[in-house]
Write a protein that binds this ligand. Sequence first.
Ligand code: 7PJ
Length: 290
Amino acid sequence: MSKLLHDKLHCGRYLLTLQGEHFRPLVMGVLNVTPDSFSDGGRHPTLDAALSHAEQMIAAGVDIIDIGGESTRPGSAAVSAAEEMDRVMPVLYALRDCGKPLSVDTRRPQVMREAIAAGADMVNDIEGFRDPASLAAVSDSEAALCIMHMLGEPGTMQADPQYGDVVADVGDFLAARVTAAREAGIATQRLCIDPGFGFGKTLAHNLALLARLDALQQRLQLPLLAGLSRKTMIGKLTGKPVEQRLAGSLAAALAAVNQGARIVRVHDVAETVDALKVWQAVTGEGAAPA
Ligand code: 7PJ
């Protein structure tokens, strides 16, 4: 497992161990706050559903909760800033004191600012903070940044993506964004990187990145976050629809941590936590499970 520049990720109110004796891979649980057509008809069905989902993730051993109000799946339509804020902010306020770091998955500087003011510990930007206003929104805070690579835009990114060498190209992009973040006054201890599986990548691109994740992490010496859960690449490999991708997603998460990923972003927290306990007992990486 490659060495990192820092032992702990400075994540708002929290310090998360990234290497050494007490390290174990961290599980980021996805909390989608999007209107549910199958709601039970409560007064705040979207909020209630999100909070009970968060409760389940906490009970299952989640390390970071990633709150998202905008769907960025390939081909998805954009939501307005007001709509995104209406979805995300009540969940942030409600979970503020839940004891787990809260991440906000957003591309909007305005949402970043409001979220940090409300207590968000991390900002996860699928655009990798390319917008200078996004770096400005997070610079004067303690929040961690997840800098993700995406080629193009969610609406069109899967239309024939091209790279020279995908690992080198993604590394170049991430290195440039890390430099920009440092120049904006953001401490290295607040940064993690993400190759952005499925964001402007073919199956071959995704597999090349997964197989060489540790090379990418070694180049930047920053903790790497991998999001593979239920993605199209799992569907392509298994022939399964999205609701039957659990086993494939667990295999992908293990492949990622085996390649040095420090954080995995997943939908199925309980199952991933179990898989990682077994992986860790076998590989002897970091801390023994309690
Ligand atoms: C990712 C993400 C990912 C980070 C999404 C989905 C699509 N943020 N947000 N990394 N994916 N950092 O979950 O399928 O891979 S939304």
